[in-house]
Design a protein around this ligand. Structure first.
Ligand SMILES: [Fe+2]
Length: 127
């Protein structure tokens, strides 16, 4: 069964998907089961280029990827920044090479907000 809001990757072709609605089936691509990219944290790997840095001021949430800015090159970049509350995605922004590895959002409530990011090489990270 797929995990709701989970990000899965095909380790053959690189297709990466996010689950909007979870069904009973297994996600398969290129004839193989897709890998669930489990969010990594500072505690697990301590990589300062991936752990999102979140600044909250009133209803504004600014997310920077890394205390040292992550590269945004053609072959290595941050492709997605999402805000998560209680496991649900409440906001998100797609990024592409050349963009700054950051995003700003305006929310009605910032209670319990966390940031999740996806690096095309190093996977999913959460603060
Ligand atoms: Fe990376």
């Amino acid at each position: 069964m797929a995990e709701l809001n989970g990000i899965y990757k095909c380790n053959v072709c690189g297709n990466t998907v996010s689950v909007i609605e979870a069904g009973a089936g297994t996600l398969v691509c290129c004839g193989e089961e897709m890998e669930l990219l489990k969010p990594k944290t500072k505690e697990q790997e301590g990589n300062e280029k991936h752990v999102p840095v979140v600044e909250i001021s009133k209803g504004n949430v600014k997310v920077k990827v890394g205390s040292v800015p992550h590269p945004m090159e053609e072959k290595h970049y941050i492709g997605l920044i999402q805000l998560i509350r209680n496991g649900d995605v409440v906001a998100g922004k797609r990024l592409k090479p050349g963009d700054k590895p950051e995003a700003s959002f305006c929310l009605d409530s910032t209670e319990g907000i966390k940031a999740r990011i996806w690096c095309n090489i190093h996977g999913v990270w959460i603060n």
